[in-house]
Design a protein around this ligand. Structure first.
Ligand code: 5RP
Length: 227
């Protein structure tokens, strides 16, 4: 691996991913600091005449897309999206990812699930052999969240209630996030199913069978990986 200059790599990979966008596409717009560069470049192309519509996965992305002049459409008004481009907190060589560091996992998963193609963009520091070096975000409803934490604790996990400037962090959908340190995930599918069965859990950050392509920036190169 080359020397890491993460910001430059985010920019390179974000801008390069705009090459996937063709006229008349309906695009899922992910969330985060890597997606920022994708949106900025896409906005340039729209101003040059590229015709696309986007579905934003967060208020943050909505604001950015609007400021870059990317036309948006309500997710409820569309059937299927052509392509979603999104970041990831960590991904393995099977193109499975942990997402939700930016708190937008619920909308991101919904939009990815309605997309013909899903592409993760990231810098090479996020590529791992086994998922679980980063904490897994688990989105829970505020009502009884302490009990949902307790259910996780009973199974040996140590969930941390996400904070933002001294207050409980709240998602765009009014939920809380529990960040659960993992120390390596041996069976992501089993964990995904188990978490979905926990009372109070709305969604979790394991994105296992979504992406067909990953753009990974490593130094001056962008490595394209396919499932
Ligand atoms: C937001 C996400 C982001 O895609 C993920 O956190 C990566 O963000 P960044 O590109 O800023 O590292 O899942 O919910």
């Amino acid at each position: 691996m080359h020397a890491v200059n993460t910001e430059k790599e985010k920019q390179r990979v974000g801008e390069q991913a705009t090459a996937l966008i063709e006229n008349d596409m309906l695009i899922g717009l992910g969330t985060g600091s890597t997606v920022y560069y994708f949106l900025r470049k896409l906005g340039e192309k729209v101003r040059e005449g590229l015709q696309v519509m986007g579905v934003a996965t967060s208020r943050q992305t909505q604001t950015l897309a609007e400021s870059f002049g990317i036309p948006l459409v309500d997710f409820n008004a569309v059937n299927e999206l052509d392509l979603t481009v999104d970041g990831a907190d960590e991904a393995n060589y099977q193109l499975q990812a942990i997402k939700g560091g930016g708190g937008a996992l619920l909308s991101e998963k919904l939009v990815a699930s309605r997309s013909k193609r899903v592409v993760w963009i990231m810098d090479a520091t996020k590529l791992v052999r086994q998922l679980g070096n980063v904490a897994l975000p688990v989105e829970v409803i505020p009502f009884g969240y302490a009990h949902t934490m307790g259910l996780l604790q009973k199974e040996g996990w140590e969930p941390v209630l996400r904070q933002d400037k001294g207050s409980i962090y709240t998602t765009d959908h009014g939920h809380y996030i529990l960040d659960v340190p993992m120390n390596g995930i041996h069976d992501p599918h089993a964990l995904s199913v188990w978490l979905h069965l926990l009372p109070g859990v709305v969604e979790h950050g394991l994105f296992l069978d979504f992406a067909d392509t990953m753009y990974v920036a490593d130094g001056d190169q962008v490595v394209v990986m396919h499932s």
